[in-house]
Design a protein around this ligand. Structure first.
Ligand code: 9GP
Length: 838
């Protein structure tokens, strides 16, 4: 094609194209050009925010260049791609990440400085892209970083919510929610593809007909069409030209305005269709690990899945290969059950639209999909009422029934007459109304199913997927892929001082691409200078957090105290409640001490952060209790600063980047067997923070890697949980005395009107205690004592801190992605070699 162009045209492209080089002067030129043209401002009216925008646009230009080269390379290579379908991508801020991954930070920093701005202030202007709730969405973001860094041909598909996760503010100690207007100003990190539009249909009916070959066929006539518009988000790898894409879909009406209605004077009705269409991608559902059965959520899921598959199929069809090659070109990973309808949609495309026979189509489908399960909590299991699916997606419901029928026929053959087994394995739950079990659909439609940490992957085989193991056999499609985190964001970017020390010590930055190299730090564990710099880095991070706490809460804390952190979504299973009950125990113990006794005590700052789902009453009460306790403790001079409590509002990715590097100890204290993996545990330990944890999720593997001496584990084990719950329900279990004392303190009104907290206390006392706080409380307090003792030994603590980081190689998301690529997706890296701009 290019060869056909006139020589003069080519010469012009050669001369003027791609002059966005990475040196300081070129950057400054871009900056000024963007201030004057993109922002239409001048030297006289640029503030920090305009400086951020101009910097971001200058970086965006360079990203786009790499993005184009990457897409061109991958198209030419025509190799197998992986598509990561995730309803959440919790990206956080992009500027610093892009600067570091592209290696532009120094040149840009200097360039910006000479133009009169401090890079730190510029970076601070960016709002988070908060299109996720917690661990699941952040995992997707880390995985995209690794896919890009490892040169894999990969795309992410998600939704471009107009409002991301709500902003959390505190009023009288209660959480209040505010909308997240993240798109109010221009978003330089997306490329609107207004020409990439897919029509997505809903509702309607199904017609049966006989095709020219005499086969019975079905055609779905949807009656409501909504358009899906693509917005591309470039994701640059670290130290590579590879820059992959996350395509986020935004909904828009097919018809902007119903003119006939308008002419009839019905203005509201005239724009109704537009509003309904735009609603689909308006908000991210703010629930973590909890299913909400709203029709709009189901609509979101289908809207996203239909547009994504249309796009994937369109790309495949360009290659003109036969359909049987589809799984050799395309791997689709289902991030949780949210995209499970994709299985049905691909079967529909193949059978109804492309005329592939059912069995051949099903073979293609199951070879294409793989499914990651992230939870076994019953309240998080997605089930959709059959009547709702039938109404919204009538053809899909038929296909689900058929998939189920053919699957159960096979089960019947293997286990004749085992009706209970059939009922338990069925994709349809035979209740009134019937429900579609999305996890069963995902298992049946995928060739691989994985859990996200070793314990979790074992538990899914014993609990929610037990019957599938009976049918498929133990070693068939079930695997473990322990989660990972990107060291680029979670150490290099969030903790520049420690990152610099590691690079200086190891002699190069190779550890950023091979985290196992951190092991090299072990030989410096006794080196005085190294230890000094290690402590200095931690301390400066603690000072930074101290300032942030003061700015956001007004609470003044001492940066020399032990920083004890629990930041994550507020959930009963994560047991922030146990933490604050422990704080009350500590406070009242301190109050009983004499001044001399207290002089020997380790001073602590207990830091909380996290959002509660807006409708999660008990979780919101936990926040209130934390703030009520903080109010009393922080204002009690009698304990002489030995304890402070702070709840940092609006926990998000960029706040995590400030908190995590500053922690001495962090808490990961879920009831054993409930936290599938956890990923913040990995971030804390990587940054030289110790952890206090239960024998749950990835804590177990972190323990294995860093050794007994560097972690504080406590509590009952997963296999004991059922018996303990049974005992609470049917026997009179005496209350743990230390816990009873704390309950009495709350009920005495020590932290304000105790009636407010009655529903929370009831979760412990009314023969329930589902999350087993009373069973673990004593061993939790004992573990906390060990933490205090260990912290008194300053030198010993530094050694532990260093050994923690040094042993965290396994938890790089690069390792996780490599395992997925090799074991599940069967894809190879396709490095981008720099090309000319034409
Ligand atoms: O609760 C899990 C969390 O433990 C895990 O680290 C994360 C990523 O795998 O997924 C969370 N699960 C969900 O958010 C809902 O399935």
């Amino acid at each position: 094609e290019i060869a056909k162009l006139p020589k003069e045209t080519l010469a012009l492209w050669e001369k003027y194209g791609g002059d966005e080089t990475d040196d300081k002067e070129a950057f400054q030129k871009s900056f000024i050009r963007h201030v004057t043209t993109t922002l239409a401002r001048s030297i006289y009216n640029i503030d920090n925010f305009s400086a951020y925008q101009a910097t971001a646009h200058s970086v965006r230009d360079r990203l786009i260049k790499r993005w184009n080269e990457t897409q061109q390379t991958h198209t030419e290579a025509d190799s197998k791609r992986v598509y990561y379908l995730s309803l959440e991508f919790l990206l956080g801020r992009s500027l610093d990440n892009a600067l570091l991954n592209l290696g532009l930070k120094d040149n840009c920093g200097e360039g910006v400085k000479e133009l009169g701005f401090a890079m730190e202030d510029v970076l601070d202007q960016e709002v988070d892209a908060a299109l996720g709730n917690g661990g699941l969405g952040r995992l997707a973001a880390c995985y995209m970083d690794s896919l890009a860094t490892l040169d894999y041909p990969a795309w992410g598909y998600g939704l471009r919510y107009t409002y991301g996760i709500f902003q959390q503010r505190l009023k009288d100690g209660y959480q209040v929610e505010f909308p997240d207007y993240w798109l109010n100003f221009d978003n330089p990190w997306e490329l609107p593809r207004l020409d990439v539009v897919v029509d997505v249909k809903f509702y309607g009916s199904v017609n049966r007909y006989t095709d020219e070959k005499g086969r019975k066929r079905y055609a779905w006539e949807g009656i409501d069409t909504v358009q899906s518009v693509a917005y591309d988000v470039p994701i640059p790898g670290y130290g590579t030209k590879n820059c992959i894409n996350i395509r986020l879909w935004s909904s828009k009406p097919k018809r902007q305005f119903d003119l006939s209605r308008f002419n009839e004077g019905q203005y509201e009705q005239a724009v109704q269709e537009q509003m309904q269409a735009e609603n689909i991608t308006a908000v991210l559902y703010p629930n973590d690990n909890h299913m909400v059965g709203k029709e709009l959520r189901l609509k979101q899921q289908y809207f996203w899945v239909a547009a994504s598959l249309f796009d994937i199929v369109r790309r495949f069809k360009k290659s003109q290969r036969p359909w049987s090659h589809f799984p050799d070109q395309v791997a689709i990973q289902l991030n949780d059950t949210h995209p499970s309808l994709a299985i049905v949609e691909l079967q529909r495309i193949l059978v109804d639209l492309e005329g592939v026979d059912w069995d051949d189509a099903w073979e293609i489908v199951t070879r294409t999909f793989a499914f990651t399960n992230h939870t076994i909590l019953p309240e998080a299991m997605e089930r959709w009422p059959v009547p709702m699916v039938q109404y919204l997606l009538p053809r899909h419901m038929q296909i689900i029934f058929d998939i189920n029928l053919f699957f159960l026929q096979k089960v019947e053959k293997a286990f004749p007459d085992n009706r209970d087994l059939l009922a338990r394995l069925s994709i349809i739950e035979e209740s009134t109304p019937q429900f579609v079990r999305m996890a069963h659909l995902a298992v049946v439609g995928s060739h691989r199913v994985n859990g996200v940490a070793e314990l979790h992957s074992e538990l899914i085989k014993k609990t929610i997927f037990k019957d599938f193991i009976q049918y498929y056999g133990n070693d068939s499609k079930f695997e473990n892929k322990t989660n990972g985190i990107t060291p680029r964001r979670w150490l290099h970017q969030a903790n520049p001082k420690l990152s610099e020390l590691i690079t200086d010590t190891l002699g190069n930055k190779n550890w950023l691409k091979n985290l196992d190299l951190l092991k090299g730090l072990k030989s410096y564990v006794d080196n005085k200078d190294f230890r000094k710099r290690w402590v200095a880095a931690k301390h400066s991070n603690k000072v930074r957090l101290t300032e942030y706490i003061k700015k956001t809460t007004g609470i003044i804390v001492n940066s020399n105290a032990l920083f004890d952190v629990q930041v994550k979504r507020i959930h009963e299973y994560k047991r922030q409640f146990m933490n604050i009950l422990g704080v009350i125990h500590r406070y009242n113990t301190l109050k009983k001490m004499t001044s001399e006794e207290r002089a020997d005590v380790v001073h602590r700052v207990v830091i909380f952060g996290g959002k509660a789902a807006p409708g999660y009453y008990i979780a919101k009460l936990v926040i209130k209790l934390i703030n009520s306790v903080a109010e009393v403790v922080n204002n009690d001079n009698s304990i002489e600063d030995s304890l402070k409590v702070a709840f940092i509002p609006d926990y998000n990715v960029s706040v995590a980047e400030i908190i995590i590097p500053a922690s001495d100890i962090s808490q990961h204290i879920s009831t054993a067997g409930t936290e599938a993996s956890g990923t913040s545990n990995m971030k804390f330990v990587l940054n030289g923070g110790l952890i206090l944890g239960t024998v749950d999720g990835a804590n177990i593997e972190i323990h294995e890697e860093i050794g007994d001496d560097n972690i504080f584990m406590f509590g009952n084990l997963a296999h004991q949980v059922d018996d303990l719950r049974h005992a609470h329900r049917y026997r009179n279990v005496p209350m743990d005395p230390s816990l009873q004392a704390v309950i009495n303190d709350i009920e005495s009104g020590q932290f304000g009107d105790s009636r407010i907290f009655a529903p929370l206390i009831n979760t412990l006392t009314l023969g329930q205690d589902y999350y087993l706080i009373s069973d673990d409380f004593q061993s939790y307090l004992d573990a906390q004592k060990l933490v205090d003792e260990a912290y008194k030994d300053k030198e010993g603590w530094i050694t532990k801190s260093i050994l923690c980081s040094a042993n965290m190689g396994k938890f790089s998301s690069d390792r996780a992605i490599q395992e997925y690529a090799e074991r599940i997706w069967n894809i190879e890296p396709v490095p981008v070699v720099t090309k000319k701009h034409i």
